[in-house]
Design a protein around this ligand. Structure first.
Ligand SMILES: [Cu+2]
Length: 196
């Protein structure tokens, strides 16, 4: 439906794009991610930073540069703190944080926003910060330009008690996670932050 508005090259480049945090600055691929996940995975993510996790494990397994102990493709798509060290946000307990997501292709499903301990890949704090149990990125709403505004522009509240975690850069991320049920595709995007 946008084809008449977009040059062919731009259309090709975005054809598989789905979603990504646009603000605050999320983790993006770089040298640290190559060192952990291998060149094949990072090339795939670089080609389309909004694309899904499925398929990356196969690329990783076939790449000699992939280090299973350092690269968890199901957390931030494997993207590493070292590539985002210049963009560590500092938040106070109880602070409300505005997050923006760019959705470019919808696949209706579930989504949530959580604080994750990057070393153990476990939730930090009392619960996910936000949950959409279903109905996230619904195709019918999207193509009618009726996606609820709070799916792409929302606030999360930093919990008062994080159990002493998230004081050191790289220890915790705020991860936006979305699973398109019909498409069977997972999307992840991560914000690096500390509480102080
Ligand atoms: Cu898709």
């Amino acid at each position: 439906m946008l084809s008449q508005l977009l040059p062919l090259a731009a259309l090709a480049a975005t054809a598989s794009a789905h979603g990504l945090i646009s603000s605050p600055t999320p983790r993006r691929p770089g040298d640290a991610s190559v060192a952990a996940c291998g060149r094949s995975v990072v090339n795939d993510i670089t080609r389309d930073q909004t694309s899904h996790v499925e398929g990356l494990p196969e690329l990783a397994a076939a790449d000699a540069g992939y280090r299973a102990d350092a690269c968890n493709l199901w957390l931030c798509r494997g993207l590493q703190f070292g590539d985002n060290a210049a963009n560590v946000q500092t938040y106070a307990p109880g602070q409300s944080v505005n997050v923006r997501v760019t959705l470019t292709i919808p696949h209706v499903g579930a989504a949530n926003v959580s604080i994750v301990d990057t070393r153990s890949d476990t939730l930090v704090g009392p619960a996910p910060l936000l949950v959409w149990p279903s109905g996230y990125a619904d195709e019918r709403q999207f193509y009618a330009r009726q996606t609820p505004a709070n799916q792409t522009n929302f606030n999360v509240t930093i919990p008062q008690d994080l159990g002493g975690k998230c004081a050191v850069p790289g220890e915790c991320v705020i991860q936006w996670w979305w699973y398109g049920t019909g498409a069977r595709q997972t999307y992840e995007s991560c914000i690096d932050f500390i509480v102080a």
